[in-house]
Structure formats: C-alpha cells, structure tokens
Write a new protein. Structure first.
Length: 406
C-alpha cells in the first residue's frame, strides 16, 4: 500500500514538473518573440543609421557611439518626462499646503477695526401747528401733525476695516481712510476674540496709510506680529493671499488669487474723499468692503501689500499698496512718533541745454522755479518762501550736489 501511494506521489510530482516546464517554455517562447521584435526594430533603426553615416563617411565605431547616444537620450527624455509629471503633482500639493500654512501664520496678527461714533437719536411726536393762534381763535381750533425731533445721542458702529499688528507692543498698520473720522472711536478685535480700544498715532500725508496703537491695561501683554516682505521682488502671476474683515462682518476672511498687475495708478474715492494712488499692486484675490487695511501675502506668509481699494462694477479687481512704501512710515512712527516728508514748497522744472537756450539762462543745470497748476511758483508759508525763494530763481545745488537731469 505504501509503495502504491509513493508511486502516485511520484507521478503527481512528475506531472507538476512537466506543467512548470511547459509554463517556462511558453515564457521563453514569448521572450524570444519579444526579443526578435526588438532586434527587428533595432535592425531597421541601425540600417537607417548605417545609410546615414555611410553617406556622411562615419565609421562603424562612430555609428555605435551615435546609436548609444540616441538611445540614451530617449531613455533620459522618458525619465525627465516622468520627473516633470511628479514635480507638477508635488507642486499642486505644495502650493495648497503653503497657502494653509501662510494663513495660519498670519491670522493671529490680523485684526478687525470697528468704527463707533455718537450719532443722534430721533423720535416722532405730534404737535399743533396753530398753537400760536389760540389767542385769536380759541383753544381746540388746530389739529395734530407728526414731526421728528432729536432725543439725545447713542454710540453706534458706523463702519469697519482691517489692520495688521507690526510690533509686539500693539502697533497696528491700516489704511488712512479707515480712521479718517476725527470724532470716531476705534476698537480692535483680535483673531482670538479679544477686544481693545485703539488710538491713532499718525496718518501718512502722502500714502493711504495710518498707524494705530492698541491700548491695554496689561503692560506685559505681547501680540503676534506679521513679517514684512519685499514688494520690489513681486512678479505678475505669483500667488497672492488676502485676509480681511469682509463687509465689516466676516472677520479674517481669506481669498486667494494672483498678482494681476504692477505699477498701477488709480483714483480711489470713499468717505467723501478722492485720492490718486500710484505704483499700486493689482490682484484678483477677492477684496471686499471692510478688507481695507488688511494684508496681501505671498506663499511664505510675508506681507507684500496693504489692501486699499476695489474696482467698482467689476469682479475680482482689487488693489494693494506695496509694503515697501509703508516701511519708512513705520520706522518714523517708531522713532519720532509721527510721519514726515521733506517739503520745500516750490514748483520747478529741471534745466537742460534746450531749456537754457530757450529761456536764455546762464546755466544748463539746476531747478528753475516756475508756476505750477495752482498758479503758484512758491507755496505760501513754506520753507522756500521763508528762505526768500521766488519765481524764476534757479536752485543749483542741494547738499553740495549739483541738480541735474541725470
């Protein structure tokens, strides 16, 4: 019985070995066919190379080298193509992660600015317009008519904006038009829900920028701050992130877009004022009412602009003041507590050879004082007037340096 079982096992083993051999044989046949196909293709390719190199007088060694070079280029090209696809896939994921990280990094330093003011309270009442004539007609001759009269005042929110904390002691940068009302009170709401009163330290006389200070009873309290980037290195098409108190209601709203344009000049209006803004950043990251004073960020989470305006009647055309324009104002407030610009008080035109000849001037350099659009050559009560400068005077040097067009 044992021999019988062993015999069966032996036959099964032989059968399995035979099946394995058949499978291996089929694989070998398939490999041979594939190899023959590759050889056939390479043969045709080699024939073309031989013909080509024969006509050009190349040797077989050169032919071999050329073939190896071409094949190497093909394989490298396929490898590079695969790497490009992988890099692009990683870039998409990386950009999303960078946006999220930038927002997390900056949001604690973005604040909402609430504008409050004492406004009159009115009530309706009824009166008899003929009360003054009761002496003639007697009482009860008149009738009651409705009227409106003021009944005191109440503090009410009248607007809102956005700001960024630029120093740990609570210095906030925003737009000048956000804090333009001298009679209003300003309250800062931080991202974690805290509420602080704020005072306006300085307003930039040239740019739409202002500096506020958070008032706190705790002198040891420190605030999260933003990192200021370099707006001179911006390029059209790079990612831009806007954060702000959208519509004065939705705090720390985030929108993402690109830098759509650089060096724009716009005329902005609002709050009863009109201002021309030059060298402005254009972005399609959504900027809404209430975003004014908020940051425009790059993917590193650096502030590259201060959101200032949006184009009326358009979709996603917003504007931002380059952050480099604000850096000087920030430093001045920190050092001297105010923002100042050098002011001489003259209208002038630079002199060159042509202007010298045209006006018969004694020199071909300097600044000729002339009347400007306001029909004034020298501004009244200006440093220039106090120094005795007059129309048609020529300023030759400034700080011992010649004034030239170049």
């Amino acid at each position: 019985m044992t021999d019988f079982l062993n015999n069966i096992d032996s036959q099964l083993t032989k059968k399995e070995d035979k099946e394995k051999k058949n499978k291996n044989y089929k694989k070998q046949i398939f490999s041979v066919f594939v190899l023959m196909f590759i050889i056939s293709c390479l043969s045709g390719f080699a024939s073309a190379l031989i013909a080509s190199n024969y006509l050009s007088g190349a040797s077989l060694t050169d032919l071999k080298s050329t073939g190896e070079s071409i094949l190497s280029n093909i394989f490298n090209s396929q490898k590079e193509s695969s790497n490009i696809v992988n890099q692009n896939q990683c870039s998409c994921v990386s950009q999303e992660e960078m946006v999220v990280n930038a927002v997390k990094k900056v949001s604690p330093a973005v604040v909402s600015i609430i504008i409050s003011k004492d406004v009159p309270v009115f009530e309706q009442y009824y009166y008899n317009p003929f009360d003054d004539f009761e002496g003639f007609f007697g009482p009860g001759m008149g009738f009651l008519v409705p009227g409106i009269r003021q009944k005191g005042t109440e503090k009410k929110e009248i607007g809102g904006g956005t700001g960024i904390i630029i120093s740990s002691d609570g210095i906030v940068l925003t737009n000048k038009h956000v804090v333009s009302d001298e009679k209003a009170e300003y309250t800062i709401y931080t991202n974690d829900g805290k509420k602080f009163p704020a005072v306006v330290l300085a307003k930039d006389p040239v740019q739409d920028l202002a500096i506020l200070k958070i008032k706190t009873n705790n002198s040891l309290e420190k605030f999260k701050t933003v990192v200021l980037g370099d707006s001179d290195k911006l390029e059209i098409g790079q990612t831009a992130i806007a954060i702000g108190n959208a519509l004065g209601e939705f705090r720390n709203t985030v929108s993402v877009g690109v830098i759509s344009g650089l060096g724009r000049t716009i005329t902005a209006s609002g709050g009863g004022s009109v201002e021309v803004l030059e060298d402005i950043i254009q972005t399609d990251a959504a900027i809404n009412s209430g975003n004014s004073g908020g940051p425009l960020l790059n993917l590193k989470g650096e502030v590259i602009g201060i959101n200032v305006a949006m184009a009326a009647g358009s979709e996603n055309i917003g504007f931002s003041i380059p952050i480099n324009k604000a850096k000087k104002s920030i430093e001045q407030v920190k050092k001297i507590g105010k923002i100042v610009y050098p002011f001489l008080g003259v209208n002038y035109t630079l002199i060159d050879d042509e202007l010298k000849k045209q006006k018969n001037l004694p020199v071909n350099y300097g600044a000729l004082i002339v009347k400007g659009d306001d029909n004034l050559a020298v501004t009244k009560n200006s440093p220039a007037e106090k120094a005795g400068l007059k129309e048609n005077d020529i300023i030759l040097e400034f700080n011992n340096e010649k004034i030239t067009i170049d």
